[in-house]
Design a protein around this ligand. Structure first.
Ligand code: UDP
Length: 483
């Protein structure tokens, strides 16, 4: 590499924190380890305050440049997948003119899974192009194989009685399939198939996992599935955020509260950037946490009657921790706040999640199992109570519980369509109290092993370190690989 002229990598992020955060982390890694020049083109959600805050705080021109493009106006009645795909398609002219007007010509283009139609822009520039899947290799295997399933299977997948077999990986229960596969008549399904077919238009696919975690799936992707995918898959994770070195006031006050709690005694409850609960479910969570008699930090949002991903494009930021809870308070059980005031902390809308998960007082994470949250939990050695809501989260939960043994799963009360308070209390006690009662906690032991394996993968000479170096080499040498 010519040290005087670093390669200029441009990354494209679709709207949503679950896409923006991993894109920024990949950019940082390429900068720190490969000395590239980095530009992130971020298509902004129209209304997400949390996203704006991250975009603005990450804009440090000495490190990398972020160019924000406002989301085009898209009908609001679309499912999240359809909405993201249509948004990214409509944004192509703006992305194209942004690429054209960059002061330094790009040497490579990396898009997330919703940006695959923009790969043609890199084709026009004749530069290497990559898709970055900020999820895991099992999900990627399903995505790659979905066009085949589409041909083979007629009718809705979710009514099938048998498991769906995907070459090179664990079969999938129909109910655990990704959201767009739950309704083949929805626009989101045809958009999802377009993504699957577009993967092979890249020069390689990067995925935020590591070989030691998903060896079988990665071997399948680069083996049995390679005829379909046609490009190599590089596992480069776990890439996760670290807490800011200078904590803001809100984060500091949470840290002070956590500092007063015993080691591994606190349950952290959060449903990602988009998760919302029904009115009844919110009450059950409150009563379940109270019944467990354990300490907790709970990121609360105003409950909604609509879908579980209702906050996806609108996630806010809280500035205070005691104020501004009026709307939420209305939906909490009578006297709840008073009764839990010494053991529970409620954070409105958006919490400093990575700082919380890193704190030694955290004993487990009730999580919606978005892959970003999963990695943040695993890399901090925190066991998970899996409560999947949407997207590929049901697969993530199944993988964590059945393959890795680092999580226990919540079950809905079929009659009420909620996870009941007794179930919540019993799972919390199982994870938090077992070790304190002198019993060995298999789940915690396993998550610690995985934490160490993730660290090793990223060290110099580790599997993900080597994989990203190979990608960097392709970029530096402008070497287009084909299987
Ligand atoms: N997040 C956060 N504070 C919150 C909720 C979420 O910092 O209150 C961050 C979380 O740390 C993760 C991202 O938002 O990095 C959410 O991504 P994930 O893949 O877990 O789920 P998604 O939000 O895309 O469903």
């Amino acid at each position: 590499m010519d040290l005087h002229k670093p390669s200029h990598v441009v990354l494209l992020s679709s709207p949503g924190l679950g896409h923006l955060i991993p894109t920024i982390e990949l950019a940082k890694r390429l900068l720190i380890h490969h000395n590239f020049k980095l530009t992130i083109i971020a298509i902004k959600s129209p209304t997400s305050h949390a996203e704006s805050q991250i975009l603005n705080s990450a804009t440090n021109p000495s490190l990398y440049t972020i160019i924000q493009i406002p989301s085009p106006n898209i009908p609001s009645n679309l499912s999240v997948t359809a909405h993201l795909c249509v948004t990214m398609r409509h944004a192509i002219p703006s992305i194209k003119s942004t690429l054209k007007n960059l002061p330094i010509r790009p040497s490579a283009f990396i898009v997330d899974i919703f940006g695959t139609e923009s790969l043609t822009l890199a084709q026009e520039l004749n530069i290497p192009k990559f898709v970055y899947v900020a999820s895991n290799a099992w999900f990627l295997s399903l995505l790659v194989y979905s066009p085949v399933l589409d041909e083979q299977i007629k009718g809705e997948y979710v009514v099938l009685k048998e498991l769906l077999k995907i070459p090179g990986c664990k079969p999938i229960r129909p109910v655990d399939l990704v959201d767009p596969m739950h309704n083949r008549n929805d626009l989101g399904y045809s958009e999802y198939l377009i993504i699957a077919n577009n993967l092979s238009k890249s020069d390689a696919v990067l995925v935020n996992t590591w070989d030691e975690l998903q060896h079988r799936e990665l071997k399948g992707l680069n083996g049995e599935l390679s005829g379909l995918l046609k490009v190599h898959v590089f596992a480069i994770g776990p890439l996760v955020r670290q807490p800011e070195s200078k904590l803001n006031q809100a984060t500091e006050s949470v840290m002070k509260w956590l500092d007063k709690q015993p080691k591994e005694s606190v349950v952290y409850v959060s449903f990602g950037s988009g998760g919302t609960m029904s009115y009844e479910q919110m009450k059950e969570i409150a009563l379940g946490l109270e019944l467990s008699k354990q300490r907790f930090v709970w990121v609360v949002r105003v409950p909604r009657g609509e879908s579980a991903d209702a906050a996806f494009f609108t996630t806010g930021c809280s500035d205070g921790f005691d104020g501004e809870l009026d709307e939420i308070k209305k939906h909490l059980p009578d006297g709840f706040l008073e009764r839990i005031k010494n053991v529970g902390l409620l954070i409105q809308e958006w919490a400093p999640q990575v700082a919380i998960l890193k704190h030694p007082s955290i004993g487990c994470f009730i999580s919606h199992c978005g892959w970003g949250s999963v990695l943040e939990s695993l890399t901090n050695g925190v066991p998970i109570i899996a409560w999947p809501l949407y997207a590929e989260q049901r697969m993530n939960a199944a993988f964590l519980v059945e393959e890795l043994g680092v999580a226990v799963k919540t079950t809905m009360l079929p009659s009420k369509n909620v996870v009941g308070r007794e179930e919540i209390a019993s799972l919390v006690k199982k994870i938090i109290l077992e070790e304190q009662n002198g019993k060995s906690n298999n789940v915690r032991d396993k998550v610690r092993e995985i934490m160490v394996s993730g660290e090793k993968a990223l060290y110099q000479g580790g599997s993900s370190y080597i994989a990203l170096s190979q990608v960097a080499n392709i970029i530096d040498k402008q070497d287009f690989i084909r299987l």
